[in-house]
Design a protein around this ligand. Structure first.
Ligand SMILES: Nc1ncnc2c1ncn2[C@@H]1O[C@H](COP(=O)(O)OP(=O)(O)OP(=O)(O)O)[C@@H](O)[C@H]1O
Length: 357
């Protein structure tokens, strides 16, 4: 539904001094060769730190920013080749919502939602037929005549969602849609987006800096860093075993699952003669309910000291996470790790610490 191929975007730096030899203006490379495919009906999240290039990426999809190079295809149309009239038409099929809602303060809820349809030249009766079910879908029927100033942040975002849906788009772009909302309201807006995705089969591309958003509603996630898409994974796999250091940092920050500081300071990268491994274990499916730790002690003769553990629900999937020390002779702890991996646990050796004894 959405495909980005080798999309790059550079911005000239204002007042950036010219390189006299070649006469080039200095630029910021906000997006570097981005490749992304979001299939029909999927919810795809792009997460990254501030300044990583998230807004640039999402704005390249509907050409609010024109890529410097590369191609952007939405619903079979190559966006960069459209005339401005055709681009206008294509944008009716791409809804967008923003962090600060962007509602017109002088229009009430009904008129805000009706606005894109008025601009398309629709008749009043047809507009009403579109708007009324959207008020129902977004839970705003009783707010129909209120003005934005009379609404909470969550209600304003519901109006923005209804307005984005008014032109019956195939795709919804969400630019930090919950970042201005408290956690509870965030939850209800995410639930609404999930509902819309399921009921209308709408494809959603969202950018966020919040792992909670990724965890709650995304099917797949991409990580962006310094203008590059550095990792992409199914959300369950990402939470089990991120493939990059940045991914691990996002996950550890979110889960608050790290060895105690005192232990981190003693961690060595390589095993020594008198060290034992500290591991991060991630397990889902049958492994969550299998008594693997007691079997480690019994079958592998390794003691397990659990430093931290938690169980997370990632949509339909239950994920167990644990930081533990494996105590025993080197050969036995190696066997223990093999045993865990053979039972589909993801094992990451965080380092090795000297035995106290
Ligand atoms: N119009 C512009 N002119 C010049 N530089 C820009 C422009 N827009 C963005 N940039 C630069 O491009 C880079 C990526 O910015 P972008 O806004 O896409 O990041 P972001 O991940 O959305 O950040 P944030 O989460 O803080 O909004 C940054 O270095 C930014 O300063």
């Amino acid at each position: 539904m959405i495909t980005l191929r080798n999309v790059s975007k550079t911005y000239p730096i204002k007042g950036g001094h010219k390189d006299g030899a070649r006469g080039h203006v200095k630029v910021v490379e906000a997006l570097k060769n981005a490749n992304l495919h979001v299939p029909q009906g999927s919810i795809h999240g792009v997460i990254g730190l501030s300044g990583a290039g998230k807004s640039t990426l999402i704005r390249c999809v509907n050409l609010l920013e024109r890529p410097t190079s590369g191609s952007v295809t939405v619903d079979g149309q190559e966006m960069t080749r459209l005339s401005s009239a055709a681009l206008n038409q294509a944008r009716h099929r791409i809804g967008m919502i923003f962090q600060h809602f962007n509602l017109l303060t002088t229009r009430n809820v009904y008129d805000n939602i009706a606005l894109p349809l008025e601009l398309m030249g629709m008749k009043r009766a047809a507009i009403r037929e579109r708007v009324m079910p959207l008020l129902e879908l977004t839970g705003l029927t009783d707010k129909i005549s209120q003005y934005p100033a009379q609404l909470s942040g969550g209600q304003k975002q519901r109006v923005a969602i209804a307005r984005a849906l008014a032109s019956e788009p195939r795709v919804l772009l969400c630019d930090e849609a919950t970042s201005a909302l408290d956690p509870q309201t965030t939850g209800s807006i995410l639930e609404l987006l999930r509902d819309i995705n399921q009921k209308l089969g709408l494809t959603i591309l969202l950018i966020t800096h919040e792992m909670e958003v990724v965890k709650s509603i995304c099917h797949r996630v991409s990580l962006i860093s310094d203008g590059e898409l550095v990792e992409e994974a199914d959300v369950g796999d990402f939470f089990t075993a991120p493939g990059t250091q940045l991914g691990r940092e996002f996950l550890n920050d979110f889960l608050q699952l790290e060895p105690p500081k005192g232990l981190v300071e003693r961690l060595e990268a390589e095993p020594g003669e008198h060290t034992h491994p500290v591991v991060r274990l991630a397990f889902s499916g049958d492994a969550v309910s299998t008594p693997l730790i007691s079997r480690l002690a019994r079958d592998c003769e390794v003691d397990v000291s659990i430093l931290q553990a938690k169980v997370e629900s990632i949509q339909e999937r239950t994920l167990g996470l644990m930081i533990a020390e494996l105590l025993g002779p080197a050969e036995k702890t190696r066997q223990a790790i093999d045993f865990l991996e053979s039972h589909d646990l993801h094992v990451e050796v965080l380092g090795h610490v000297q035995r106290d004894d």
